[in-house]
Design a protein around this ligand. Structure first.
Ligand code: ZN
Length: 276
């Protein structure tokens, strides 16, 4: 059974297509030209800790199985024939327009931006925070990998600057902070807590750093990302935060913490559809 944050299921919707189950952000439902979803563990062919929809090649799963999982996702979700843009994420704050990545290697890229309708932007996660931003007027989108390092370094600010540079307006940006570790699950050390204290204001820190429990700190990365968005001028009502935590639902979505690192990888997919 899926556990929802605060026991409320309002911002995500499970979509079942045969054996494949994906998570849809409700905030994008009213825009038919946005196709965005997150994979779950359901519907793939991988085994054991990778069972079953593992979309990561670098954690020990058999390459053929991961290939097959991508094939299943593309076929089931109607993405065949589209260009899948997938970068090598390394917890940087580097964001690129996909057109500028052609001919470059895809290493150390944690954010992708596009205005193309022929591409699917793919980012990988297993507790880190996915942030999808769409300018619904200009029809451009960004997908960002904002773990604690990306949140601290503010990859969100970089993604928004790039959209702004292309003429986008924050008032037209709709944002989904995707399935990732919740504030009750995300225990951090004093060193990480100190880093956040050095970057965020005292007022913000009170919102994102929970009271110590058993001499441990707890960080609300969702709220930290939301504050990064608000500080860039995104209207509060344009931001939707996941009601699903990866770690609370380790059997349903891959979670690094829940599995102690023995895990597969989930992906966020976003594309802009033509003619809608
Ligand atoms: Zn949780």
């Amino acid at each position: 059974m899926i556990r929802f944050i605060n026991n409320e299921n309002k911002t995500t919707r499970i979509e079942k297509r045969g054996d494949v189950e994906v998570i849809r952000p409700v905030i994008f439902d009213e825009y038919p030209f946005i196709d965005a979803f997150f994979s779950t563990r359901m519907g793939g062919v991988s085994k054991d800790e990778f069972a079953s929809m593992n979309l990561g090649y670098n954690r020990g799963d058999e390459r053929e199985r991961v290939d097959e999982n991508y094939r299943i996702i593309k076929k089931t979700m109607g993405l065949e024939g589209l260009d899948m843009i997938k970068s090598k994420q390394t917890h940087t704050c580097n964001v690129f327009w996909t057109k500028d990545l052609k001919g470059r290697d895809y290493n150390d890229v944690d954010g992708l931006v596009t205005a193309s309708v022929d591409e699917v932007l793919v980012t990988s996660f297993a507790d880190c925070v996915p942030v999808m931003i769409v300018d619904v007027n200009k029809r451009m989108c960004a997908t960002l990998h904002s773990g604690w390092k990306g949140t601290l370094g503010n990859i969100i600010k970089n993604g928004i600057s790039m959209l702004r540079g292309a003429g986008c307006d924050v008032a037209d940006m709709k944002v989904f902070i995707g399935p990732s570790i919740c504030k009750d699950c995300y225990e951090i050390g004093a060193d990480v807590a100190d880093k956040f204290r050095s970057v965020y204001s005292q007022e913000d820190i009170e919102k994102i750093l929970g009271p110590m429990r058993d001499r441990k700190y707890y960080l609300d990365l969702h709220e930290a990302c939301r504050l990064n968005l608000l500080h860039e001028g995104i209207p509060e009502e344009n931001i939707s935060v996941t009601d699903m935590c990866t770690t609370c639902n380790g059997d349903y979505i891959f979670s690094h913490r829940k599995s102690h690192g023995l895990r597969g990888t989930m992906c966020g997919f976003i594309r802009l559809k033509d003619g809608m």
